[in-house]
Design a protein around this ligand. Structure first.
Ligand code: NPW
Ligand code: ADP
Ligand code: K
Length: 493
């Protein structure tokens, strides 16, 4: 699991170590220089003779870049530091000069100099940033951006300068990085869109911080998902594995019912019951599915349901009573989002895309549109959780989940090929099966619903990759790839 911590949590963890004289900056700069040296060797065989440009801001972030530059200069690199401010980390600057590097003010020629480098280290701003880049830093990054995509490798020092460290906002120009070397712990902005897209690969360097309190945003990996998975014990029978009720589809949208039930069956659940008007079609495609009402452990509501479909509406409203009275976990997707009661528990997982989340919030008096949600997704997902009580999973290139007790996840496991009609129906069925398999545990700890939602997003993305690595996928193809994707995860492959 990749955990991230806010800038104030990181500062609090640094304080006692700094007071005790632990050389945190040396550790950070040495690790940074080692990563950059590795990149240079990969790209050009050796460090000696490489052209390295440091973009240096006024704080300790610039200090990290300067000390790393000194290390690289001692290894024979030609290092120039472009200082965007008169203030500059004095010890770092002295170390660089002593190692044979140069420090120059970032003037008109700065962008040209940086563009001609083998590697640029972005040490303009770190966790001390307030708002987007200003002044000389903003001018330099703007000038670099105008030079187009080809150019040096960019390594961000701690974070790409100018991102919202704790919320992933991008309030102004930011130099996109190929690699971000981050110190002590990942920062939330490195996991959250839109900023996460500017961070490139993220490497966390251990500098010995002891981080206290709950992490801010987490990202599950395959091993976490394997641990969360409801693997049936030898004595299992279908009712102990869980029964999932699916209220989906309509004569006009029969495919959604087929996709959601198919995904649930292939994810693995004791039984899938289908409620709706296209049972004949569902059974023709998935003979395992049982038609009609009966006891269930969890629900999927909404794929292919339009809220003005009176019979599906009645079924969902009735099923929501069980969700309230017996605490059955439920996925509330697509058309069912408009049927959500005012307040529910975190055992209900909403799965909107950005447009649906905007509508859900607007219906509750927060008038936002899709673009607003996309600019600050975590903020709006949190608000939707606060307003409804539900666990909220926002779909997109990066999927964000917020649930009970502040549980927050960000998953970026899917190829963009997954952005195809019906993929959301597959996710709903997959997540429903997981909720059914762990319904009792969710009852004990509703924050588990958020972890399971994040796990579903990871499996969904990996199944898309497996369905056709590097190429287009259909929603059905993603569902069909689920059993082998899950087997691989459980085998640790
Ligand atoms: N503590 C340690 O020993 C360790 C620290 N570490 C490293 O230090 C980094 C944190 O360093 P930091 O606290 O000095 O802040 P930093 O991010 O460099 O910038 C602050 C300066 O920027 C300025 N500024 C602010 N906003 C701005 C804006 N929008 N646009 C333009 N300028 C802006 C602001 O100026 P002011 O607002 O005061 O005028 C202030 O002078 C951290 O990310 C990590 O890399 C590691 O080495 C581990 C050990
Ligand atoms: N650019 C992208 N990269 C990766 N995954 C994406 C991207 N865009 C969308 N997705 C994923 O594709 C799925 C689309 O779901 P949704 O919008 O509900 O489609 P539908 O309603 O047609 O089923 C979601 O799981 C979402 O996270
Ligand atoms: K930086």
């Amino acid at each position: 699991m990749l955990l991230s911590w806010t800038s104030s949590q990181v500062r609090a963890a640094e304080e006692p170590l700094l007071a005790a004289g632990v050389p945190l900056m040396d550790r950070a700069a040495f690790a940074l220089a080692t990563r950059v040296a590795g990149l240079l060797r990969e790209r050009r065989g050796r460090v000696g003779g490489a052209r390295v440009v440091l973009l240096v801001g006024p704080g300790n972030n610039g200090g990290d870049a300067l000390f790393a530059g000194a290390f690289l200069a001692r290894r024979g690199a030609e290092v120039v530091a472009l200082a965007i401010d008169e203030r500059i980390h004095a010890g770092g600057a002295a170390a660089l000069v002593a190692a044979g590097g140069r420090v120059v003010p970032a003037g008109r020629a700065a962008a040209g100099l940086a563009s001609g480098a083998d590697v640029v280290l972005d040490g303009l701003l770190g966790i001390g940033a307030s708002g987007g880049l200003r002044g000389g830093a903003a001018e330099l990054v703007d000038a670099l951006a105008q030079r187009g995509p080809a150019g040096p490798l960019v390594v961000a020092v701690d974070v790409p300068s100018g991102i919202g460290i704790d919320d992933g906002e991008v309030p102004g120009a930011v130099l996109p990085a190929d690699l971000t070397v981050t110190f002590g712990a990942a920062k939330p902005g490195l996991l959250l869109p839109p900023a996460a897209r500017l961070a490139g690969r993220v490497e966390v360097v251990d500098i010995g911080l002891d981080l206290a309190g709950s992490p801010s945003v987490a990202r599950l990996d395959a091993a976490d998902v394997a641990e969360l998975w409801p693997v049936p014990p030898p004595e299992a029978h279908k009712y102990t594995r869980g029964v999932l009720g699916v209220v989906a589809g309509a004569r006009r949208y029969p495919g959604a019912a087929v996709l959601a039930t198919t995904a649930a069956v292939l994810t693995g659940v004791g039984m899938v019951r289908y409620l709706g008007d296209v049972g004949d079609l569902v059974v023709a495609r998935r003979p395992e599915v049982v038609i009609g009402v009966g006891r269930v452990q969890a629900w999927v509501f909404g794929p292919g349901v339009s809220p003005d479909d009176a019979s599906q509406r009645r079924r969902i409203e009735h099923a929501f009573e069980g969700v309230r009275e017996r605490g059955e976990p439920a996925v509330c997707d697509a058309g069912a989002l408009e049927l959500l009661p005012d307040r529910v528990g975190a055992h209900v997982v909403l799965t909107p895309h950005a447009g649906e989340l905007a509508r859900l919030l607007s219906d509750r008096g927060e008038h936002v549109d899709r673009a607003t949600v996309e600019a600050e997704p975590l903020r709006w997902v949190r608000l939707a959780h606060d307003l409804t009580g539900a666990t909220v999973l926002l779909k997109g290139a990066t999927t964000i989940v917020v649930g009970a007790q502040g549980a927050t996840y960000s998953q970026a496991d899917a190829p963009a090929w997954l952005a195809t009609a019906g993929a959301g129906d597959v996710l709903a069925g997959l997540l429903g099966a997981l909720l059914a398999g762990r319904a009792d545990d969710i009852h004990e700890d509703p924050s588990l619903a958020a972890a399971l939602a994040a796990a579903a997003a990871l499996v969904h993305g990996r199944a898309a990759d497996r369905a056709n690595p590097g190429g287009p996928v259909s929603a059905r193809g993603v569902a069909v790839a689920l059993p082998e994707t899950i087997a691989d995860l459980l085998a640790g492959a």
